[in-house]
Design a protein. Structure first.
Length: 352
């Protein structure tokens, strides 16, 4: 078993909220999950750190205390973001995940066997903390890290993780992407960086990518996990050896996709940018307006409840502004799928 051990609970696989996001964006790519935390309440994610009772957004947390997992207002332009606080000692790892990823992955379209995960990460200030902050994908029993990133707080070095066969010994293969630039290089302090990685289930290949650095990254390694199904995505704050100080990590604009070919960060996006569409007012009582800021031709809008039922579906004749009546819907949260000729996006809406 790997040393981080997130699989310490038997988690029921729920075919609910994230699986509702399986909207096809092109013939070769699907958005499986997307979260910018904008509709979350500032404060603790949940009330449980045993990994059993879900909190906001159906996120589960394990380790530490509830205040270690929070939504904070980071101000413009990010506004609400996820904050995870690492341990102030050499023990006490923190894990955060959703229980329905495996079911969501199972419902992807045939051939979409490349899993891509991307997010914005804040590097934070200079610190002596030995904590590491990471986003990783595990297999079903938690013995393999299929792909991921690890950021070490005190050195600010970003490295890639995958399961690799080295001289017959299977373990977590650590790959420092900055080695190609002349040696390990610390990321800048207090900077938001777009980063991501992909795992090809068919070949086992892992590709790490960054945007917003002096030298952006697009590097690959062939791991030893060909044919292995990804089962869980974890956001982790791991305590380092001889650690004596806590550190804080911020995350925003988290996105999970399945595709037939690899996706380049912020360059080769196959989904419509969420900022292209304005949905207002939100929350709303009677009517919601959907407007394309780039005059993209909207062709359809559907609304799905949290039980997976399509409660409203509207076909549109290529308009850039659409008004949708929601007066007949029960109060609560819904997912609005917006399809246009430039792609599609899913927005969370609240009916008051």
């Amino acid at each position: 078993m790997h040393q981080y051990q997130p699989k310490i609970y038997n988690m029921k696989k729920l075919l609910l909220s994230l699986s509702l996001l399986l909207t096809a964006y092109t013939a070769s790519s699907q958005l499986l999950a997307e979260e910018n935390f904008s509709l979350y309440t500032v404060g603790n994610i949940g009330t449980d750190v045993t990994g059993t009772a879900p909190g906001q957004g159906d996120w589960l947390t394990a380790g530490g205390v509830n205040a270690d997992y929070q939504i904070i207002d980071n101000g413009a332009p990010h506004a609400n973001v996820l904050q995870i606080i690492g341990s102030a000692t050499a023990t006490g790892n923190k894990f955060m995940w959703t229980s329905d990823f495996a079911s969501t992955w199972d419902f992807r379209d045939p051939g979409n066997d490349i899993l891509s995960i991307e997010y914005d990460f804040f590097t934070g200030p200079t610190t002596t903390s030995k904590n590491s902050h990471r986003v990783v994908v595990f297999n079903a029993d938690g013995t393999k890290i299929l792909g991921g990133f690890i950021y070490t707080a005190d050195t600010r070095v970003l490295s890639g993780l995958s399961y690799y066969n080295n001289a017959g010994t299977l373990g977590n293969y650590l790959f420092n992407p900055t080695v190609a630039n002349g040696g390990p290089v610390a990321l800048p302090v207090n900077t938001w960086v777009r980063m991501g990685f992909s795992f090809n289930k068919t070949t086992g290949q892992v590709i790490w990518k960054t945007v917003g650095l002096p030298t952006n990254l697009n590097m690959a390694v062939n791991g030893a996990s060909a044919g292995v199904e990804p089962d869980e995505v974890d956001i982790i704050a791991a305590a380092g050896a001889a650690n004596a100080a806590s550190s804080t990590a911020l995350y925003d604009n988290y996105k999970v996709s399945a595709s037939t070919t690899d996706i380049l960060l912020a360059v080769d996006q196959v989904t419509a940018d969420a900022t292209v569409f304005a949905v207002y007012p939100n929350p709303a009582t009677n009517v919601i307006n959907v407007s394309s800021k780039s005059n993209a031709a909207i062709t359809a809008v559907s609304i799905v409840d949290l039980n997976g039922r399509t409660v409203k579906s509207v076909t549109v004749e290529s308009l850039s502004n659409v008004q949708i009546s929601i007066s007949d819907l029960a109060a609560g949260a819904y997912l609005m799928n917006i399809t246009s000729k430039e792609g599609a996006i899913t927005k969370k809406i609240i009916k008051q």
